[in-house]
Design a protein around this ligand. Structure first.
Ligand code: FMN
Length: 182
């Protein structure tokens, strides 16, 4: 599959880190990353790592020279993780002013799989309405909310409960966390 991983300026850099690490180590999918300035900055602040280290082609949201901005490109999936409320609101209202929001706009209009992993707390009515609109448009919303019934022992294990859900929805086999009653 060909896929875009978008990273915007919300807390939760551990999620794209786990997702990209998994894709690199376990799959041969063609992946490229589009990150906003704040997405890149928060990745560095939270993980003390640079996105370049992940080993995938990396584009700025200001760079429109990425295939996913056009419906003519043959892309299969897009995942935005984490998704800030700013990026989420712009996508929900078709405000495609950068490569990330435009790519999402293309995935929605072409009826391709788009997964958004929002992170904010609390949610305002505006955030909730924007998520409602995206859900109606066929977007899968997987909030960055870990679960605890698998008794995670570390922060990484707790975060895996979200990353595993993302991979499940991408249709990618994974064993990142213990499933309920399995
Ligand atoms: C350290 C830090 C953490 C942030 N965390 C969040 C967050 O969890 N959710 C959110 O919606 N915005 C968060 N923001 C604000 C966004 O980064 C900001 O609204 C930005 O303009 C979003 O633009 P982008 O979506 O293009 O990255 C955070 C900003 C900083 C500096």
């Amino acid at each position: 599959m060909k896929m875009v991983v978008g990273i915007s300026g919300a807390s939760g850099a551990i999620y794209p880190y786990q997702l990209l690490s998994f894709l690199k180590a376990n799959t041969a999918h063609e992946v490229f990353v589009v990150a906003s300035d704040n997405g890149r900055r928060i990745f560095k602040e939270e993980l003390n790592r640079d996105l370049e280290e992940m080993g995938f082609p990396l584009f700025s949201t200001k760079n429109f020279d990425v295939p996913s901005v056009s419906g003519s490109s043959k892309m299969d999936q897009m995942i935005i993780v984490p998704c800030s409320m700013g990026t989420l609101g712009r996508i929900a209202h078709g405000y495609s002013d950068d490569a990330l929001t435009r790519s999402a706009d293309v995935f929605i209009k072409e009826k391709r799989k788009l997964i958004i992993v929002p992170r904010e707390t609390p949610f305002s009515l505006i955030h909730i309405e924007n998520m409602r609109l995206l859900s109606l448009a066929g977007v899968t919303i997987i909030p960055a909310i870990p679960s605890f019934y698998s008794h995670p022992k570390t922060l990484e294990e707790a975060a895996f409960t979200v990353t595993a859900r993302i991979l499940d929805h991408m249709g990618i086999e994974n064993d990142l966390r213990k499933r309920w009653k399995v």
